[in-house]
Design a protein around this ligand. Sequence first.
Ligand SMILES: *Cc1c(COP(=O)(O)O)cnc(C)c1O
Length: 337
Amino acid sequence: MIDLRSDTVTRPTPEMLKFMFSAKVGDDVYKEDTSINELQKKAAAIFGKEEGLFCPSGTMTNQCAIKAHTQPGDEVICDVSAHIFNYEGGGMAFNSGVQAKLLNGDRGRFTSKQIEAVIHPPADWLPHTSLVCIENTSNRGGGSYYRINEVKDIAGVCKTNKLALHLDGARIFNAIAETGDKPQEYGQYCDSISVCFSKGLGAPVGSVILGSKEFISKARRVRKLLGGGMRQGGYLAAAAIYALDHHIERLKDDHRRAKYLGKILQTKNFVTDMLPVDTNIIIFSLTDDITAEQFVQKLKNENILISATGKQTVRMVTHLDFTDNMLEKVENAFKCL
Ligand SMILES: *Cc1c(COP(=O)(O)O)cnc(C)c1O
């Protein structure tokens, strides 16, 4: 099977597994897990943040951040396509008692001007605007990314208006691979950053949240009450350490393969609209004579898995376990459709 449904489907490589087996561990609720401590320190240093917190998922890192930055009744500014709004089970309402102010960005990205236009002035009857969440790269935006200057502008508006800025950087290393921007700059502009290891970086489990010492101590408390306090989780942290050391440079290969697939697909008569392929995500619409479900099934018959994301739209995501050899097979399968 060639699995292009998501970049979460990767399995640990033999080298990663070997590294995981040799991890030094302890009880992380007592802060005694050597590998988790090392990972948190390492990730914080990459982004120039004081501290990090290892969590089982990117949903948990985002939810911990939202809870740590807000009070119930607050308003959180995010894009209409944001993961925190669409794919976290209504978590911001459930866990933090906050509501979203949705912006219509350009493929998941909005501007500092759009933020300025929706910040509430102080008034008893208005929700208190306290947090802005940006997503980079944008998942529903098809892997689109911000340039660091745009993030700088957003951070400026947040600072002026005393809003916290959270970066859902589930795929931040995909953005960095494409732009060459410095992780430390993200650290400088964003109050908190969530980074996933189980996407393009190819670890089996885990995300980290980064921020100031004070912020992480709040987030740590929230993680525990959400049930995310792990004990000898260092075996998983080791996979993330391995990924940071070995799987960042190769993200460019995923982008190259995705862009190549995008080019081929553009020549096919079953494809109508396609979002620009900026990183590792390909999203396109199909002509009326075939539904997304039928298209997915047709490829499944060729041992290729992709996702239907709407009635006429499908998504493919390249990743660590998708090779050039598989790329050729997918190209050939498209020839026969
Ligand atoms: C995958 C993803 C997350 C986290 O998802 P989990 O499955 O909970 O790890 C968060 N934000 C974005 C944009 C994502 O794509």
